[in-house]
Design a protein around this ligand. Structure first.
Ligand SMILES: [Fe+2]
Length: 493
């Protein structure tokens, strides 16, 4: 059933096809497999993404605002034991489904962006102050998740796990709290041991971050909360928006009622517009904060105007004497985005870019690593925060529509080369995550795993590629459509 009316080729994320949401939750056992699933894979591949419940208004729906749905495949002993998809029962999603609201607190924004495992829990995450949710192993919603009450104000969809300490590092922001972002460190048992406010100007959208052995990198870039757009989206009459937005912008974050108002406003934005816009007067800068430093210790590095949703990786550059002299950050650079009232990241130019932030001179330099259109960058996360050789990304259509295409890109940051591998004409590749063969396996000794749509047959599969050769290892054929989404992870049993 198609729930989104076609709106023309200028809105590819809304025209159905492999982005069209499904309206059924499926449980299927013993899935058909082509090739051989490696016996050493024992766990779940899970992936989150927007999947509105019921019909949406194509005039206002922003892809990023759709109700969250998690898809999962259980692999064990060379078999694909099950496939499941479940909506994340945020308060608003549960109401829309006519179900009791699970135990919940905080602002109801669709928890649609990623799903991770931490402290024994499976967590559906979202940013901007929205409530995150804990799921069972079978993807049923348990209730909201605030890290045992230590982070009640929302989190991020791109925390970074330090492989040495087992701690999760995050940069979080709230749409209703301008002037600062929050750096948090969550211990392996799931409690924040450190929360630091980092001052920023205005209300930037900060989707990802960098983590090195000694620092975190804050992406303070020119997409900002747009109050007029938010007011329009929740139904404020146009004649009120000019004066109204000025008064309200002064009150946001300052009046005690802000939290309840914010929750009401967020509910009305469900499956609607996203109240953030390109804000060219906002600085483009990267902040380097020592992991154990106070918020005021952040050092800002001005960079050429751009936006970065996703960081591939980051590390400290060390000289012969062991002094950290620079921080290196690799990310997918957009020249600009959300400029013309877009309903998704369309019409944008992306490229893999390296920024070197020189701690001695205080200056940033920028080089293009690969200028092909791409997104969803991932590394071998055993190397999170450390120098890495290989990075993987999904190709985007060269026409700038922002839709994924048939290519996986494997970057070799040491040799400075990129291998582009097509999975076949008409195939559409989602984000691929690297899973090492063993804890001590070489950097690209393992598989890349993610959902793939076959445009020729309309079928979807979980694809497993050899990360060294990029050849197919196994294909798990799925019994239902899996619309394209955002981020996934391998959660070992
Ligand atoms: Fe993301």
């Amino acid at each position: 059933m198609s729930v989104i009316a076609p709106t023309g080729s200028d809105r590819p994320l809304l025209t159905g096809g492999a982005y069209d949401p499904v309206q059924v939750e499926t449980t299927a056992m013993d899935l058909r497999v082509t090739g051989r699933i490696p016996e050493w894979l024992d766990g779940r591949y899970v992936r989150n993404g927007p999947n509105p419940i019921g019909a949406v208004d194509p005039a206002t729906f922003h892809y990023f605002m759709g109700d969250g749905m998690v898809h999962g495949v259980r692999l064990r002993g060379g078999r694909a034991e099950w496939y499941r998809n479940r909506w994340v029962r945020s308060a608003d999603a549960a109401k829309a489904l006519g179900e009791p609201v699970p135990p919940t607190s905080g602002v109801s924004v669709a928890a649609n962006t990623t799903v991770i495992g931490h402290a024994g829990a499976t967590l559906a995450l979202v940013e901007a102050g929205g409530t995150c949710y804990a799921l069972t192993d079978e993807l049923e919603t348990i209730g909201s998740w605030t890290f045992q009450g230590t982070l009640p104000g929302g989190y991020t969809a791109h925390p970074k796990l330090d492989p040495a300490s087992g701690e999760l590092h995050a940069i979080s922001y709230r749409f209703d709290q301008p002037g600062f972002v929050q750096y948090s460190v969550v211990d392996p048992r799931g409690r924040a041991r450190r929360v630091v406010d980092v001052p920023v100007a205005g209300s930037p959208l900060i989707h990802d971050m960098g983590l090195t052995e000694g620092h975190v990198v804050v992406l303070d870039l020119p997409i900002e909360f747009d109050l007029a757009r938010a007011m329009r989206a929740v139904g404020v009459p146009e004649r009120m928006i000019g004066p109204g937005s000025k008064v309200a912008s002064k009150l946001i974050g300052r009046v005690p009622a802000g939290g309840r108002l914010a929750d009401k406003a967020a509910s009305r934005l469900r499956n609607g517009d996203m109240p953030y816009s390109w804000s060219p007067e906002h600085p483009s800068r990267l902040g380097v904060l020592p992991r154990e430093g106070a918020g005021a210790a952040v050092r800002w590095f001005e960079i050429a105007q751009c936006f970065v949703f996703h960081v591939l990786g980051a590390y400290d550059e060390v000289d012969r004497d062991g002094m950290v002299t620079a921080v290196v950050v690799d990310g997918i650079r957009y020249d600009e985005v959300f400029v013309n009232d877009d309903r998704g990241p369309e019409g944008a130019t992306t490229r893999l870019t390296r920024w070197r932030l020189d701690l001695v001179t205080g200056r940033a330099s920028e080089t293009t690593v690969d200028d092909r259109q791409q997104e969803f960058p991932r590394i071998d996360e055993r190397l999170m925060g450390r120098p890495y050789r290989f990075g993987y990304a999904t190709g985007l259509a060269p026409d700038g529509t922002g839709t994924v295409d048939d290519r996986i890109l494997k970057h070799d940051l040491v040799s400075g080369t990129t291998e582009s591998h097509s999975l076949g004409e008409g195939v559409e590749v989602g984000e691929l995550v690297f899973v090492p063969r063993a804890p001590d396996a070489a950097e690209d000794d393992g598989v890349l795993m993610g959902f793939v749509h076959d445009g020729a047959t309309g079928a979807d599969r979980l694809e497993l590629l050899d990360a060294a050769s990029l050849e197919s290892v196994a294909q798990v054929h799925l019994p239902a459509r899996v619309p394209h989404g955002f981020h996934g992870n391998w959660l070992p049993a």
